[in-house]
Design a protein around this ligand. Structure first.
Ligand SMILES: NC(=O)c1ccc[n+]([C@@H]2O[C@H](COP(=O)([O-])OP(=O)(O)OC[C@H]3O[C@@H](n4cnc5c(N)ncnc54)[C@H](O)[C@@H]3O)[C@@H](O)[C@H]2O)c1
Length: 363
């Protein structure tokens, strides 16, 4: 790819102005690396609401309208419903724009290949936005692992509890496409939110050579099944074992400014352990990162543990990357395919009754 960094602010558009725009926008506000020139959403109400942030931008009801408008554009922040990612990204790249698309990249490898091929064919950069690898307590956890404080790592444990009460409003329209995803076997916990968890495993410990899983389901209202309880275990190529358990606490109230997701990450080493106590919600009210080694517990009290800051920092990283071309994309489209393979291996294992599946062997 012949990418040349921009020697001026990047001209960007938001495509999709729904719930998650509220967090993604934080990377763009007050950022000299970017000029927001366009907004796209079929909803007139959302266009009007979001235009208040960008009085100088033009708003369109479709990408086709934007493309034929004469507005000059370099890059798109794609905040589309997941079922539209593959076709949407191919369309955006086809107009010659670089794309930062939300996770999960897409539902299967055939769509992933189409997306990568479109990036190649149009000589444009496709990034799959991952905010968790910018969440400061997790960034610090990675530093701790690398520093050797914990000794050689022997295990990685993630826990996630989907709770039914608390948090922000999710628009009813979002549930329509979420239900379509569930119907396609790509549940909201294992696949949608799970994408982040699987991404942290690869980010921390590298390639995964074997995955075993048991994906369950719980009917929460008639006809709607959430994909928990589920358990996924795996082994990285370097021998580190991981386990992620997903449970549902339908009636539990969880204090959260965002989604009601109670999460923890724990790395165990030969000398000690480190644990991130929360992320999206405000479950455990202790410092967000604690480290135990050699008989002493250390707590990090001053980390930026607001989940929204991870969106700000991931987005800023992308915009800076477009200005400099320096450093990893976190994630490139090819790296995102590894996350997709990890998830697909979990489904393949679960379908086969828990047999070990090598993500790289999936066709
Ligand atoms: N990183 C995270 O932690 C995180 C959290 C939540 C959502 N997301 C991702 O963000 C994306 C959007 O999720 P959301 O919760 O904002 O959904 P949403 O339903 O609230 O918003 C989607 C928006 O896209 C608009 N839209 C639909 N079709 C369109 C089209 N053809 N062109 C332009 N706009 C169109 C809708 O009108 C709506 O405003 C999804 O990919 C989701 O997985 C990521």
């Amino acid at each position: 790819m012949s990418f040349v960094p921009f020697d001026r602010p990047v001209r960007a558009a938001f495509v999709g102005l729904g719930r998650i725009y509220d967090l993604n926008v934080r990377a763009y506000l007050g950022n000299a690396d970017v000029e927001v020139v366009a907004l796209v959403d079929p909803s007139a109400e959302r266009r009007a609401e979001r235009l208040a942030d960008w009085p100088g931008a033009r708003a369109f009801s479709s990408v086709a309208e934007l493309a034929s408008s004469g507005v000059e554009l370099d890059a798109v922040e794609a905040l589309l419903p997941i079922p539209l990612h593959a076709d949407g990204v191919v369309e955006l790249l086809g107009h010659g724009w670089h794309v930062n698309v939300q996770k999960p990249m897409c539902n299967d490898l055939a769509d992933a290949r189409r997306m990568l091929a479109a990036a190649d064919a149009n000589d444009r950069v496709l990034r799959v936005m991952e905010n968790y690898v910018f969440y400061e307590p997790l960034v610090k956890l990675k530093e701790l692992v690398a520093s050797g404080t914990l000794g050689d790592v022997s295990g990685y444990h993630m826990k996630m509890v989907g709770s039914g009460r608390g948090g922000w409003e999710v628009p009813a329209s979002s549930y329509e496409w979420q239900f379509r995803q569930m119907g396609a076997g790509r549940g909201i916990l294992v696949f949608d939110d799970g994408w982040h968890k699987l991404a942290t495993a690869i980010w921390l410990f590298g390639p995964v050579r074997e995955v075993r899983a048991w994906v369950g389901g719980t009917e929460v209202v008639p006809g709607v099944e959430i994909d928990a309880p589920s358990t996924i275990v795996w082994e990285h190529a370097d021998g580190v074992r991981g386990v992620w358990d997903i449970t549902l606490a339908t009636d539990m109230y969880l204090r959260s400014d965002y989604y009601t997701n109670d999460e923890r990450w724990e790395v165990t080493g030969r000398r000690g352990f480190a644990r991130v106590n929360r992320c999206t919600g405000r479950g455990i009210q202790q410092p967000s990162l604690e480290v135990y080694a050699d008989g002493e517990m250390r707590s990090y009290h001053a980390l930026d543990d607001d989940w929204a800051s991870s969106f700000r920092d991931s987005g800023r990283h992308w915009l800076r990357w477009l200005r400099t071309g320096e450093g990893p994309l976190l994630w490139s489209a090819a790296e995102a395919v590894d996350v997709l393979r990890f998830a697909l291996a979990a489904y393949a294992s679960s379908d086969s009754g828990g047999a070990g599946v090598d993500p790289a062997a999936l066709a």
